[in-house]
Design a binder for this molecule. Structure first.
Ligand SMILES: N[C@@H](CCC(=O)N[C@@H](CS)C(=O)NCC(=O)O)C(=O)O
Length: 219
């Protein structure tokens, strides 16, 4: 049976880009459907009625939501070029860091840009602690996954790419050579990796979009 793979995403969404990276790493052909923030299509709402968010992957008519769950599904369905480690313990460790990044780092990094007053100060403090934690976890590895990009690297693309754009817009200086040199090097290697580079949004377009949002939020 011919595979039918559809991805509902938004160009600037780190979550849908992560799924695109996983599909590209596997060489899976897919149809991409662009959604609009604040105006999701009836089809997207039908496929993800609980969260009403992108990304949604639809494989042979069956929808799957939540980016990390989708990436694990992709890894289990197309087994070549593994994204998660094969060893059960290593898999558990990768899932631990992916969860830490999604649940702890992302909110702190996001709030360090967008929150106001005391909340923002607290978020900046928390974000810098989490960046240090990631710096220590990288040790002397090229990628979190070792020599190759794995689940943790993909989930951390918000740190490696989106947060750089947010820093440029907000003037924050948390992810710098001085403060977290290993993480900066990782970020450089990551965004310049051939598969990643082709599946990230244009930095100029993202910075323009975020600048407009930042100017609005600062009014
Ligand atoms: N936990 C979700 C987060 C997905 C997410 O936050 N998607 C955003 C775009 S970046 C969205 O669709 N937001 C729509 C909304 O909040 O109405 C995942 O990992 O897939």
């Amino acid at each position: 049976m011919a595979e039918e793979v559809k991805l509902f995403g938004i160009w600037g969404s780190p979550f849908s880009r992560k799924v695109e990276i996983a599909l590209k790493m596997k060489g899976v052909e897919y149809e991409y459907i662009e959604e609009e923030l604040g105006n999701m299509s009836p089809l997207l709402l039908k496929y993800n009625p609980i969260h009403k968010k992108v990304p949604v992957l639809v494989h042979n008519g069956k929808p799957i939501a939540e980016s990390v769950i989708i990436i694990e599904y992709i890894d289990e369905t197309w087994k070549h070029n593994p994204i998660l480690p094969q060893d059960p313990y290593e898999r558990a460790v990768a899932r631990f860091w992916a969860k830490f990044i999604d649940e702890k780092c992302l909110p702190a990094l996001w709030n360090s840009t967008w929150s106001k007053g005391k909340d923002r100060e607290a978020a900046i403090e928390e974000a810098s602690q989490h960046l240090n934690t990631l710096e220590n976890e990288l040790k002397d590895k090229k990628f979190f996954g070792g020599e190759e990009i794995g689940l943790v690297d993909i989930v951390a693309s918000f740190v490696g790419f989106w947060f750089g754009a947010l820093q440029e817009v907000s003037g924050l200086e948390l992810l710098t050579e001085e403060k977290v040199p290993k993480l900066c090097k990782w970020s450089y290697e990551f965004v310049n990796h051939s598969v990643i580079k082709e599946n990230l949004p244009s930095r100029d377009k993202l910075v323009a979009y975020l600048s407009a949002r930042f100017a609005d939020a600062s009014k």
